[in-house]
Design a protein around this ligand. Sequence first.
Ligand code: NDP
Length: 333
Amino acid sequence: NRQFYLASRPAAEPTSEEVPFRDVPLCEPEQGEVVIRNMYISLDPAIRGWMSDLSNYIEPIEIGEPIRSSVIGRVVKSNSEQLSEGDVVLAVGAWERYTTAQAAAVTRLDESAGIPLSSFLGIIGPTGLTAYFGLLDVGKPQAGETVLVSAAAGAVGSTVGQIAKLKGCRVVGIAGSDDKCAWITDELGFDDAINYKTCGDLEAAIRGACPQGVDIYFDNVGGDILDAALMCMNKHARIAVCGWISTYNEADAPGPRNLWQMVAKSLKVQGFVVIDYVDRFAEGIEQLAEWLMAGKLQYREEIVDDLDNILPTFLKLFDGSNQGKLITRIPEE
Ligand code: NDP
């Protein structure tokens, strides 16, 4: 069983010295366990956070442990009455070919429903649910309001913008290339887009694209983009703090400079993690699936068939070269 593991904690972008691979023998499942042959491994920015031992919403990955990740795979050995060989499941696994898990802790997926399995990691999985609950429950958009979203062509951001449009908002996205900006305006229906790498004065660009000011900023990146957005918020506006990807590889990233706008504009700034909403996942999945079936939501996935290069693939999240939800696939033989 090939698996990538944490040899030491990275201080910057993780390298193959900190995240090497090893081949370990495959164990027989103990009572209540199943062995899953992984097909899809979800690559999420959060994994970078789990490589650190700073306080977080779940335990860090311990040194020597495989790199934790959501996976979808097929049960190949079962020592549980709940699951049979051949079942397809969603599990907390790792960057590895085979995962051993408690049967009670995995979710069986219905392969016959015709839904692409990878979408259970993306649009109707954790990323779609993050957009859904973060925007609707934390941001609380009202028709006619202006919603600004960063990493707007990414898995979470592109879904946030489309849901905000469904709620009748004016939506402006910030993204890192002209192609991404064209995709979100021309294909997804965003009202405007800003390429933060080429726009020059970002604060001025946001003011130009949001003439009525910003009522909700859905923050995926933190850093300079958050600082610029803070200066454009309306009185009583909200910021949904979803992620700060611009800082994940920097141990000494400077904090935001313009947080005083929270006072000046009576802002409500709220962080959240999608697992806060685990009791309402069924509601979120149902609504996302309905919009999807009705053609009201679009998404992109970048699926890379290369377990051996999973680390360089993961790093695409940090240089912006991923096109939507990023997944490593291990094709079935
Ligand atoms: P994306 O598909 O959005 O990929 C990450 C994108 O972030 C890149 O494509 C890049 O887009 C952008 N980015 C990377 N580095 C920077 C930087 N320094 N400055 C600005 N933008 C940058 O990933 P996800 O949709 O999976 O995740 C998006 C955010 O949501 C992350 O912060 C993640 O941690 C967070 N998240 C939070 C969850 C929660 O429960 N709170 C759950 C899931 C995700 P570009 O080309 O535009 O720069």
